[in-house]
Design a protein around this ligand. Structure first.
Ligand code: URA
Length: 208
């Protein structure tokens, strides 16, 4: 079974067009990224396991449900931060970890400069988030770090992917589920996704 899921939904396509548009300003860009992240989450969490929980309504006892596993949201800094609130609003019990990576200019490898996780990371379901799955290098490095922390399952959630990045990630970690709002045409010579949406971090934080 393919682990790549491109989530098609009219609202996602509508909102994706807003963030692709170069005329969209920082505030609307940031809000729309968060909204798309929430829409993706609704679909991604469809198959999460539940455990029974006995509660009392104002009227009687009843058997309800709660999520069986801890969910940990892990944004890759800095652009991943833009998707955190949208996901966290839907899963408020989730704890949040952070991974910071930089590119070694000699080897072009992704290197860790920051990693901090909640204790619950072991045996948790991790939603690893980064809006852009471009070369795949940082996602692969982040998964390597999360595996060392013994996460039970790692699910990658992004907005836009490149065929090159998806292929590389699938080769490195075939078991990892990949959820995207769109799979674009290609990477250009500068490592940008085409048509993409430009530099997600700059557009989220107004740094350009
Ligand atoms: N990172 C971005 O922010 N945009 C791209 O197109 C590729 C990587």
């Amino acid at each position: 079974m393919s682990q790549l899921h491109i989530l098609k939904h009219p609202l996602i396509d509508h909102k994706l067009t807003i963030i692709r548009n170069k005329e969209t300003k920082t505030k609307e860009f940031r809000e729309t990224v968060s909204e798309i992240a929430a829409l993706l989450t609704y679909e991604i969490t469809r198959n999460l396991s539940l455990k029974e929980k006995e509660i009392e309504t104002p009227v009687s006892k009843t058997l309800g449900f709660e999520l069986k596993d801890e969910v940990v949201i892990v944004p890759i800094l800095r652009a991943g931060l833009g998707m955190v609130d949208g996901i966290h609003n839907l899963i408020p019990s989730a704890k949040i970890g952070h991974i910071g990576l930089y590119r070694d200019e000699e080897t072009l490898e992704a290197k860790e400069y920051y990693a901090k996780f909640p204790l619950e990371i072991e045996n948790s379901i991790v939603l690893l988030i980064d809006p852009m799955l471009a070369t795949g290098n940082s996602t692969i490095k982040a998964i390597e770090i999360l595996k060392e922390k013994k996460a039970k399952e790692i699910i990658f959630v992004g907005l836009v992917g490149s065929p090159e990045g998806v292929e590389k990630l699938q080769k490195a970690y075939p078991e990892t589920k990949i959820y995207l709002a769109a799979l674009d045409e290609k990477l250009n010579e500068n490592g940008y996704i085409v048509p993409g949406l430009g530099d997600a971090g700059d557009r989220l934080f107004g740094t350009k």
